[in-house]
Ligand binder design. Sequence first.
Ligand code: UDP
Length: 393
Amino acid sequence: MINIPKKIMFAISDTGGGHRSAAAAIIAAIDSEYRAQCFIVDLLRATGFPGLKQAPEIYDYCSINHIWLNNLFFRKTNSLTRINALTRMIYFQCRQHLEQELETIQPDMVVAVHPLVIGLLRMIRKNSNATWPIITVVTDLVTLHASWATPGADLYLVPTQEAFHSLVKYGVPSNRIIHTGFPIHPKFTGNQVVRSEARAELNIELDRFTVLITGGGVGAGNMREWINTLEQECSDKQILVITGNNKQLYTELMNSKNMSDRLHVYGFVSNMETMMSASDVIISKAGPGTIMEGITIKRPLIITEAVGIQETGNIGYTIQRRLGYYCPVPKAACKIINEIATKARDIDKIYHHEEIVTNGSMRIADIILDQLAGIQSMKNPPKEEPCTIFRGA
Ligand code: UDP
């Protein structure tokens, strides 16, 4: 019997909520088939490098108030040459911290769920003579930063055909890329609860039309203005607000004197599947995780804006497939919502999503487990049968 090695490290950064969510989704899918020891590590924080170790806080700050800074960083670093040079510089400044992180875990495989960690992992592996394979899981749908194509990963798993072509354009050999679909947590696909059950679980009105507004892990996207307009223009609707890690917005809303009884405010939630199931419509910035989760739960999406260049392609992706609306003006969005509620707008037509893979996390888990089994069989190769598994590049 094959004894599968057990330690998998997921290298992420908590820039937004999407990278951690994707790692957690894959771990849940692996757990459903095989209990491995999985570790999620914020590798940018682990560098200890000034500026980089605060990447999550800087990302939050830029996403809420200064998107132009996010975009400037995107543009200035959007080339493999620059990313490779930056990575080398950071690695040589922080190699002790980074190598210690890997030494502590001693993984059998590393899964990169953030573009800026791929090059660091490649250098750690090379300089420590390690052989663990690196599998990259791309979490952007359409507009990929060049760093996703950083050489060094043995496989690149992508959520969409658009991402596949983008990596090929950046120079990744197509035989290293697999279209798996987006890593959506299995809790969104299995045992979906119906609206009324989800509402009962949340202890909100069972029969009232319900609008969910979320701004990703950061709580970005001008949510205050959206909430004010929703309260005025959709006053008969139940509104669920998820502020995520935006503590300022949460406190402001909780302390607001004239908040309606129909407005329910939540901070960072761990039951997004229930929140979405309880809703009739989801309003969100163009975050890939939220979009794919909304599609899986089959709720129409209202996309408010792209928070950063990397989210721009997600808007076209959603509207071309008729999965929702792009509506940057809150008042116009309220009109659409009111039409959906009175059935003046036929939303049955917008569920054309057959070609979208919603079990990406299971596919990714299968690939990871296959590769781990391959490594094991390389350690104990059957006589006469050559092994075809990839090795660390
Ligand atoms: N999320 C969550 N709780 C919250 C807010 C967000 O679990 O309170 C999750 C959400 O379900 C999704 C991810 O965080 O999986 C957000 O990812 P997305 O790509 O939409 O945006 P990001 O936060 O990465 O900018």
